[in-house]
Design a protein around this ligand. Structure first.
Ligand code: GAL
Length: 425
């Protein structure tokens, strides 16, 4: 069995999912057609920095297919949905759902919205649109429970990307680091050359994003994946080593990180004020939007220690139970799952299509490399973006991280992570 398949099976067991089956609950289809007049409210956190532009491109396709449905864009600003998800939770609590919202394939979707019975199964739409023929087998278990499929994945994002400033590196005779030790050596050299904060970082969720990539890069994909499926050991020496690496990396970051958005942190690299930033590939959508050129204004590589591993997440749209405009929401989901919708959205958003039949020629040089890696790499899931841990576990890790960013006490951090697994796994 290949490593890649072992990893996928582990993730599959993790979510306790099953593929579509004959006895799955199905809902009858919709009367949505090109002439219908209605409104659809769609909720996300894509308000700027490459993200809104991607959504807008898909809204244009939607407007072409359904010219009489008004698109109500209820995006709430804030990277990684930190603000939006709180607003969404309040609305769901009050029984006032938007018709459709952006969720993350994996534990976020299954452990939150499916567990709370807040979204409808979409097997009927998968049947009608033949989506099982084009959506990756990796994803279906992550959006399924008991034979029901619960969302429409619009993309695959890569989390473990090291963005670099090629000019800063070449001016300092530094090669792109591929291991933790090479990375530390590069960071030391840059500090010695007068760059105080060669690794740009932003607000706390971006610190979690850095943490998950350092854990993966230090531990390797098997040990990392095992941490989430109950077969790992959070008290192990490997985790200690990963946390020590993380602690050390923080000494190279900017002191104002908590005040910076992910775009602000990326901008430091583009401007040559930092050499590195670790961020998902939505950063590429942002870099392109501000006019920076691939391989000139920015370079990329797997984060150190993760060559051959694709740490992924997937943005996935759902259908609210009791959606105020159910048919119009289904019309939106059809576009989100369509080839035209995905090939409009993803080249701008900085992601590759979830569908396997995207038109490669529409994608830039970075995204083409991501397509190749997605097709061949081992796969690991993202913590920060909903794949491997449910909301409650993630929130405990986030609290432990917040405390660590103040105390920098590695032993206390590891003890809190062990306790978080005990309470949630
Ligand atoms: C992620 C989301 C991406 C991107 C990013 C930054 O959680 O999946 O699509 O929006 O946050 O906001």
């Amino acid at each position: 069995m290949t490593k890649r398949i072992v990893a996928l099976l582990a993730v599959l067991m993790l979510v306790g999912a099953a593929c579509a089956s004959e006895d799955a609950e199905t809902t009858t289809t919709t009367t949505a057609d090109a002439t219908m007049e209605d409104t659809v409210e769609v909720f996300s956190w894509w308000t700027g920095g490459g993200e809104a532009a991607g959504l807008d491109a898909m809204i244009v396709v939607f407007g072409g297919d359904y010219p009489n449905i008004t698109f109500e864009n209820s995006a709430v600003a804030g990277g990684a949905g930190t603000n939006a998800r709180a607003v969404l939770a309040t609305r769901l609590q009050a029984n006032e759902p938007p018709d459709s919202w952006q969720g993350h394939a994996g534990q976020e979707l299954i452990g939150t919205y499916v567990a709370a019975d807040q979204i409808e199964p979409l097997n009927f739409l998968y049947d009608e649109e033949n989506w099982l023929d084009v959506m990756p087998e990796t994803l279906i278990p992550l959006i399924s429970k008991d034979g029901n499929i619960y969302s429409v994945p619009v993309n695959i994002h890569r989390a473990n990307v090291l963005w670099t400033n090629p000019t800063v590196l070449s001016d300092n005779n530094i090669e792109v680091p591929t291991t933790m030790d090479e990375w530390f050596a590069a960071l030391d050299a840059l500090q010695a050359a007068g760059m105080d904060a060669p690794l740009a970082m932003g607000e706390q969720w971006t610190a979690m994003h850095l943490l998950e990539t350092v854990m993966l890069g230090t531990m390797g994909y098997e040990a990392y994946n095992a941490l989430w499926d109950g077969n790992g050991d959070w008290s192990s020496a490997e985790v200690t080593e990963a946390l020590n690496n993380y602690d050390k990396l923080l000494t190279y970051t900017n002191t104002d990180s908590s005040a910076l958005s992910w775009q602000d942190a990326g901008q430091l690299v583009i401007d040559g004020d930092a050499a590195f930033n670790v961020m998902g590939d939505w950063a590429e959508g942002f870099f392109r939007e501000i006019g920076s050129e691939p391989n000139v204004g920015y370079g990329w590589a797997p984060t150190p220690g993760t060559n051959g591993i694709f740490q992924f997440l997937s943005d996935s749209f759902v259908l609210a139970k009791n959606a105020p405009h159910r048919d119009a929401a289904i019309a939106w989901l059809k576009v989100a799952g369509s080839l035209a919708g995905q090939d409009a959205f993803n080249p701008v958003k900085g992601s590759i299509p979830a569908r396997s039949d995207g038109d490669r020629s529409l994608y830039g040089v970075y995204l083409q490399s991501a397509m190749d890696d997605w097709a061949s790499d081992d796969v690991a899931g993202s913590l920060t973006h909903g794949v491997v841990a449910n909301d409650s576990w993630k929130s405990e890790i986030d609290s432990a991280l917040g405390a660590f960013l103040n105390s920098r006490d590695v032993a206390a951090f590891q003890a809190a992570l062990v306790a978080a697994e005990g309470a949630n796994a």
